[in-house]
Design a binder for this molecule. Structure first.
Ligand code: UDP
Ligand code: MG
Length: 314
């Protein structure tokens, strides 16, 4: 029996990229057709352009194309989860629609997992050409920070382009958390991962969906999802300030007893009040962030809602 590889593709407003993407992956699938079968699982993440139409057209010419279309934009993490839920393959690959993940790597990736030595082959880009330098700088800082704060290892430059065994996919989809940070989830489940490196490729069409602000929020989400160190930091800061206050009280009492009580030092008092107030708000904010995440998790809302799949007749 030939094994089946599912290619899971999250798509948000990728109308111009889909045809070249399909052509490129289809070419690779034909080269590999002696050893393995392919299926495509496109996840239309509530696109506003003709993405769904484009996918349905592909479906008409190729039975291997399957799709899930969301009722609105749920974000890339939700789209990947839906794709993994829906994929039937013995192996599942996740790939961006913009051809930034070179399909030519698929044969080598498949060779590595099929022997059973590895459960997953993941890719990382070794350079960040074509990206604003300031963004690369913050990205590097982020990986340094999160690796210090979290027990789970996050690899700098790791893409969401990977090929996994069914066993690993099942482990991932068993985690139904709402706040999904897939880089962390992939590394949380463990398994043996082989890393393949390649040079950054520019998007084939369309434009990136990540603004600097979105990436910043994503980074905070990642830290909150895989580390509770910020909470500890807030507590430690509070302790340090308590000790400081204690020492200052003693100093003031002794000084007053020795030298009387001359009034003064208002500006410094205000400074201290402002600083302590600020730190309290910061600590509250950190707690609030975790509370908010907990709040969202406890609602148990669905992570995505499907509007249409290839089985529905239109
Ligand atoms: N994407 C998605 N939902 C979103 C944003 C992005 O499914 O809300 C998909 C997008 O269509 C693409 C992939 O996620 O296939 C990566 O997005 P993009 O290329 O914008 O990210 P970058 O490669 O710039 O990090
Ligand atoms: Mg991209």
């Amino acid at each position: 029996m030939k094994k089946l590889i599912s290619i899971v593709v999250p798509c948000y407003n990728e109308e111009p990229a889909l045809k070249p993407f399909y052509a490129a992956v289809n070419k690779v699938s034909q080269e590999m057709s002696d050893v393995v079968d392919f299926e495509f699982v496109f996840v239309d993440d509530g696109s506003r352009d003709g993405t769904l139409r484009e996918i349905e057209q592909l479906r008409k010419t190729d039975e291997r194309v399957r799709f899930v279309s969301f009722s609105r934009n749920f974000g890339k993490e939700a789209a990947i989860l839906a794709g993994l839920d829906y994929a039937k393959g013995d192996y599942v690959a996740t790939m961006d629609a913009d051809l930034q993940d070179p399909p030519e790597l698929l044969p080598a990736m498949y060779d590595a997992v099929k022997t059973g030595d590895y459960d997953c082959v993941a890719t990382r880009r070794v350079n960040r050409d074509g990206e604003p330098p300031i963004r690369s700088f913050f990205a590097r800082m982020f990986y340094r920070l999160i690796n210090k704060m979290s027990k789970i290892e996050m690899v700098d430059g790791a893409r969401d382009y990977r090929l996994m065994t069914r066993q690993m996919v099942d482990a991932i989809i068993s985690m139904r958390e709402y706040n999904r940070y897939s880089k962390g989830l992939f590394s949380f489940v463990g398994f043996k991962t082989k890393w393949i490196e390649y040079k950054n490729v520019q998007r084939v069409a369309g434009e990136t969906h990540w603004s600097f602000w979105k990436l910043f929020v994503y980074a905070i989400d990642g830290i909150c999802a895989f580390s509770t160190v910020p909470l500890v930091m807030a507590a430690v800061l509070g302790l340090v300030f308590c000790l400081l206050a204690f020492v200052m009280v003693i100093v003031i009492v002794v000084k007053t007893l020795l030298y009387g009580d001359p009034v003064g030092g208002w500006p410094s008092t205000i400074c201290v009040i402002l600083m302590v107030g600020g730190i309290q708000l910061l600590a509250l904010g950190i707690i609030g962030e975790y509370l908010a995440k907990t709040y969202l998790e406890t609602k148990h809302r669905p992570i995505y809602i499907i509007r249409r799949t290839e089985k529905d007749k239109n």
